[in-house]
Design a protein around this ligand. Structure first.
Ligand code: AMP
Length: 593
């Protein structure tokens, strides 16, 4: 079922695509086999014994095993498995979730739910990461071929690995991956090397790492074949930093020196070992930046990295709001949306890299995990007693999903998660041979609710998009946003926080606020606004740099910049106090007045 791990460039791409075409064609069978493999590997672990008792696996055929498993093992959330994971973290070495002893735990970003979670990580996790990266690279190189031996400007960051009470290594999944053998194998097999040395990636100081990524990316500018990061946010942030620091970067390129702001000795040494004085390049970049400044940095990517074929990163879901800014930087350089996965498991690959990020879908890789899909239906008018955001049906296997239907994904992984609700809502857009192509819709959890209203991250995103379009009247732009449902003051109401670049008249802000309030189409919200059981929407403008402070707060609590996603709704007291202290203006909606 697995593709050959290492082979070289061109044939490599064709091999892995052929492998994927085959497993997609037979996705139904491959899923049944994948479940059997997971269960064979972990048969007898405490958790499975609890549900499956002493059934002999060898006596059950594949199809019977699938129905036995899904009828006896319950659907769970992370909270249900947490006691087991905590025992593992505390050093219990009995086979609890997996037969192989667990030596590593990953931290999910937690920025979507506000709390980081431990998730099991095994060698299999790093191997599937390598596999999906190679597969995705093969599809990309069909459309956008790159030169062998070229460089990649990667805005990637490891956070610190640490030991749990029981002595297991813990850190983010990306951190484990960058430290793994597989990361080196990826560079060697694709014959493309990241501009920055390992010391920069793992420096532990994101500001210093960003400066070095930019410096080395510029130093190798003619060799850079594409620009990437895990989430689009990091690329945008790095270019915003570039707008501020390009003069210092040019000095370092001219003199072969390194700014004093880089004070981690091993990082300094690793960078200084690479760069050398290049006055000609420095002058070229300076001239380009002076021109770019006048254009408000439109076309920064092609101007500074003339051989870059594309910009590659996760641009869907909560990253969509950064697309506008990224498009300005990239101008005519294509934006390619990266794969869909989570700390728990990789899920799908972008097999149509030439599609714009808004239209991208992810073809599920049926060997990575055993996938189930819970059909979700929106409540219609009856919202009075609704406690949840969707009505659910019984989960179906991958082979039974329907085009146009929305589902929550359930995972059974090689790392010991059994029928685990991921909390993501996806929609089936079509099929790639026999495997579904998914549209990422949003996180399942309701984010904004005061009483009977129900609005998801996606709903909020649409509303903010509409409101912020009016900013163009003032030639201003939205930098970032979040929200909060204030239920302390009566009547409760939504607060949307905006950080904007440029000066905007109060009248325009008032229009933006009104537009957003009127754009929430959820029936519960509309009814409540009409009856004033939800008060007028409030728009709070925060000062420049507020969202950087939020990022720093998360990083200070162990999140990795590579995984950071701005929480689109928060009730976290620290975050709210940062936002409220930084508020410089408040505007109330006049819609429904
Ligand atoms: P983490 O908790 O850091 O592992 O983040 C995983 C979550 O990020 C997923 O469950 C999704 O909600 C989101 N995510 C990952 N990949 C994508 C993608 N390509 N598009 C949209 N959202 C994504």
């Amino acid at each position: 079922m697995e593709p050959a791990v290492v082979c070289n460039n061109q044939s490599n791409g064709d091999d892995i695509i052929q492998w994927f075409e085959d497993v997609s064609e037979n996705a139904e069978l491959v899923q049944t086999q994948t479940l059997r493999r997971i269960l064979e590997l972990n048969w007898g672990v405490e958790y499975l014994k609890k549900w499956l008792g002493d059934v002999e696996i060898d006596e059950v055929d594949e199809c019977a095993l699938e129905s036995l498993y899904t009828s006896l093992v319950p659907l769970v959330s992370h909270a249900d498995l947490e006691p087991y994971i905590q025992r593992i973290a505390n050093g219990d070495s009995a086979p609890l979730l997996t037969q192989q002893p667990m030596t590593t735990l990953s931290l999910s970003s937690g920025t979507t739910e506000g709390r980081q979670k431990y998730v099991p990580f095994t060698r299999h996790s790093a191997q599937t990461t390598l596999q999906i990266f190679r597969l995705a690279a093969a599809y990309r190189s069909r459309v956008y071929p790159t030169r062998e031996g070229g460089k990649i400007l990667e805005f990637i960051y490891s956070s610190k690995q640490f030991k749990t009470r029981g002595g297991l290594t813990a850190g983010t999944a990306t951190t484990h991956y960058y430290a793994s053998q597989e990361f080196k194998i990826k560079q060697e097999t694709t014959k493309s090397f990241t501009c920055s040395p390992e010391e920069v990636i793992s420096s532990g100081d994101n500001k210093q790492a960003t400066y070095c990524h930019l410096l080395l990316g510029l130093f190798f500018s003619d060799h850079v074949e594409f620009i990437t990061s895990t989430f689009a946010y990091s690329i945008v942030q790095s270019f915003v930093t570039f707008e501020e620091l390009w003069r210092d970067l040019c000095i370092d390129i001219r003199d072969g020196s390194l700014s004093k702001r880089i004070n981690v000795p091993k990082v300094r040494k690793s960078v200084l070992d690479i760069i050398s004085p290049n006055p000609k390049l420095a002058s070229k970049i300076e001239a380009a930046c002076e021109e770019l400044e006048d254009l408000d940095w439109f076309g920064l990517v092609p101007k500074l990295w003339p051989n870059a074929k594309y910009v590659y990163s996760i641009m869907t879901g909560s990253m969509q709001p950064y697309l506008k800014k990224l498009r300005r930087y990239a101008a005519d350089v294509p934006l390619v949306s990266a794969e869909y996965g989570s700390t728990e498991s990789w899920i799908g690959v972008n097999v149509d890299p030439c599609l714009p990020p808004e239209d991208v879908t992810f073809a599920v890789v049926p060997t990575f995990s055993y996938f189930e899909f819970i059909p979700l239906y929106r409540h219609e008018q009856d919202c009075n007693l609704a406690v949840d955001d969707f009505i659910e049906d019984k989960p179906v296997p991958l082979s039974q999903v329907k085009v146009g239907q929305q589902y929550e994904i359930v995972l059974t992984t090689f790392t010991g998660l059994y029928r685990y609700r991921l909390g993501d809502v996806v929609e089936v857009a079509g099929f790639h041979r026999g495997t579904p192509k998914l549209n990422f819709i949003c996180r399942r959890k309701l984010i904004l609710t005061v009483n009977i209203d129900k609005n998801t991250e996606k709903d909020l995103q649409i509303v903010v998009e509409r409101g912020s379009q009016l900013l163009s009247k003032s030639r201003a732009e939205l930098i970032d946003f979040t929200s909060h449902a204030d239920v302390v003051n009566q009547p409760g109401h939504y607060i949307i926080y905006w950080e904007i670049k440029g000066d905007v008249e109060d009248m325009v802000l008032g229009e933006c606020c009104r537009e957003m309030d009127a754009s929430f189409v959820d029936h519960g919200y509309v009814v409540s606004r009409r009856s004033n059981s939800i008060g007028p929407l409030e728009l709070r403008i925060v000062e420049k740099g507020t969202f950087k402070k939020i990022l720093e707060y998360f990083i200070g609590n162990g999140s990795a910049l590579s995984q950071f996603k701005t929480p689109r709704c928060t009730s976290n007291n620290v975050l709210l106090s940062i936002l409220n202290l930084c508020t410089i203006k408040r505007v109330y909606s006049t819609a429904y007045a």
